[in-house]
Design a protein around this ligand. Structure first.
Ligand SMILES: NC(=O)c1ccc[n+]([C@@H]2O[C@H](COP(=O)([O-])OP(=O)(O)OC[C@H]3O[C@@H](n4cnc5c(N)ncnc54)[C@H](O)[C@@H]3O)[C@@H](O)[C@H]2O)c1
Ligand SMILES: Nc1nc(=O)c(N)c(NC[C@H](O)[C@H](O)[C@H](O)COP(=O)(O)O)[nH]1
Length: 220
């Protein structure tokens, strides 16, 4: 599985506020770039924290990208994937609607009634890991279902885990010209944090976009 992480952070590295309320960090050009990266992916993944905070739809905004994909014999929108160990995704979340295939990755500890409710709402549930989603296992299953390229749109807990598992191939970080602050505000990589063996990156590009900077990296 090729994994591309994309996020937008404030200059102080925050993805949202201490209240976990969404902040519009990207401008129009960056959101247009995000749409292109989505269009080039088989799936777009977020954590359930992002679903509960932002209720994202994760489909393509630009109809021409859907037309391109149809012409290539692909689904018009990439699949949507939620990492959701305990199946907390609300059945009326926008990510569960019928605009695209939705996979909910859960652990063996997910309550059966929640799993059944998500399946009834049209989601495909993939069980991987005992108490927390195991990304290596879940990605192997997604690959069996034809997902070879996944874009990850956050949040900080999921991004940290993917770095911890050594699964990230590329990172695009848009740094917006704003200060959010807050010691408890989500950052690009939260989780437990590393104390040694920090993942290192190769800086591939630096580009001014809107009034911020787009940094692109390959992960070693
Ligand atoms: N600026 C951006 O680019 C951007 C992008 C996405 C989210 N956000 C913000 O980030 C916040 C949400 O991020 P978050 O860090 O709270 O949540 P998250 O989206 O990273 O989801 C975390 C949840 O995912 C589930 N999960 C399942 N398996 C996991 C695993 N192996 N490792 C880690 N988590 C696993 C757990 O239930 C966990 O609570 C919101 O405030 C949102 O607005 C910002
Ligand atoms: N690239 C980016 N720039 C931002 O400034 C910001 N706040 C997000 N946040 C990611 C988050 O999950 C968003 O909610 C989805 O990018 C919305 O996706 P939809 O339009 O609903 O498909 N992402």
């Amino acid at each position: 599985m090729h994994v591309v992480v994309n996020a937008a952070a404030s200059v102080d590295g925050k993805l949202s506020t201490r209240r976990r309320e969404q902040v519009k960090i990207s401008g129009a050009d960056d959101f247009a770039r995000v749409d292109r990266v989505r269009a080039d992916s088989d799936a777009v993944l977020v954590g359930v924290g992002t679903v509960l905070a932002d209720d994202p739809h994760l489909t393509l905004d630009d109809e021409t990208y859907r037309d391109e994909r149809r012409a290539d014999g692909r689904d018009p929108n990439p699949a949507r994937v939620v990492a959701d160990s305990r199946a907390r995704t609300p059945t009326d979340a926008r990510i569960v609607d019928d605009a695209a295939t939705t996979y909910v990755l859960v652990s063996e500890s997910a309550p059966e009634d929640r799993v059944a409710a998500l399946e009834r709402a049209g989601a495909t549930v993939v069980v991987a890991g005992e108490t927390r989603v195991s990304f290596p296992e879940a990605f192997a299953e997604l690959e069996r279902r034809g997902v070879e390229r996944t874009m990850v749109e956050g949040g900080g807990e999921v991004i940290f885990s993917l770095f911890e598992d050594g699964l990230v191939d590329e990172l695009s970080l848009y740094v917006g010209s704003v200060v959010v602050g807050g010691r408890d505000a989500p950052t690009l990589a939260d989780g437990e944090g590393f104390v040694a063996d920090f993942p290192t990156l190769d800086l591939r590009g630096v580009e001014r976009v809107d009034d911020g900077v787009l940094l692109t990296y390959d992960v070693d």
